[in-house]
Ligand binder design. Structure first.
Ligand code: ZN
Ligand code: ZN
Length: 248
């Protein structure tokens, strides 16, 4: 009983981090902001992981997130804690997300560059199927404890981690740059670097979210290794962008 519970907690932690790393490296940095170009097989692995652990439909997430960057904490922001209220976003982020994700005009306007391929049509655009297949795999490994592992992962991802980036990281924390987002290193540790949100809002195309020596972006070592293996091509980092001569 105790060992099964420990195993379940470890499995939930691993699954949530697979979801987090797929979200930040593939969905956010690569597809949404073109901050990294991933080799197609690597991209497919991330797409599969994202589908099995979150069921997110890429086009929808990309569109909602790009709209957030178009109107950060202004009228039109899909999930601003300053407009909707801190607790509304921190607890109900998923509801703000779904409202925008289901609006075809938002998808058409902000994700029109993304075209479905056969993988999307037959598999990845069917989010509920992905979550059910993922849950089945967990149950094949853990028996009925897989349901608990899946539930713990789902609650952490949907109600704690994702909302913390949109809620806490637009409300509390430090700023290196002049924008409405904030940096929270504690959240960055749990979200694959997403908590360094002030840096990200300032340099959306940087594949590395950390800027100061005291900041750590957990996804960056993964991207660095992929780059060394020639499986990823990163765009310019914050430091590289700042070192470039400014146009007058
Ligand atoms: Zn933001
Ligand atoms: Zn972004």
């Amino acid at each position: 009983m105790i060992s099964s519970l420990v195993l379940t907690l470890i499995a939930a932690a691993i699954v949530v981090q697979i979801a987090v790393f797929s979200t930040t490296i593939y969905l956010h940095r690569s597809v949404t902001h073109r901050a990294i170009k991933l080799q197609p097989t690597v991209a497919l692995v991330f797409r599969m992981a994202l589908w099995l652990t979150t069921g997110i439909v890429v086009k929808q997430w990309v569109a909602v997130h790009r709209k957030h960057h178009a109107f950060p904490d202004e009228e039109g922001d899909p999930h601003s804690p300053h407009l909707a209220g801190f607790w509304s976003v921190q607890l109900g982020n998923v509801f703000h997300y779904v409202r925008e994700a289901r609006n075809p005009e938002v998808i058409e306007k902000y994700a029109k560059d993304l075209k479905d391929d056969a993988w999307d049509r037959y598999l990845f655009n069917h989010g509920t199927t992905g979550v059910l297949v993922g849950l089945t795999l967990l149950c094949l490994g853990l028996g009925s404890w897989g349901l608990l592992a899946g539930a713990l992962h789902g609650v952490s991802y949907v109600f704690i981690l994702s909302p913390s980036v949109n809620g806490l990281c637009h409300f509390f924390g430090r700023k290196n740059f002049d924008n409405t987002a904030t940096n929270l290193q504690s959240i960055a540790f749990l979200t694959g670097g997403e908590g360094l949100h002030n840096n990200h809002h300032a340099f959306q195309r940087s594949p590395k979210f950390s800027y100061r020596a005291s900041e750590f972006d957990p996804a960056w070592p993964v991207i660095w290794v992929l780059t060394k293996l020639r499986l990823a091509q990163p765009y310019t980092t914050i430091k590289e962008a700042l070192a470039q001569p400014q146009e007058s």
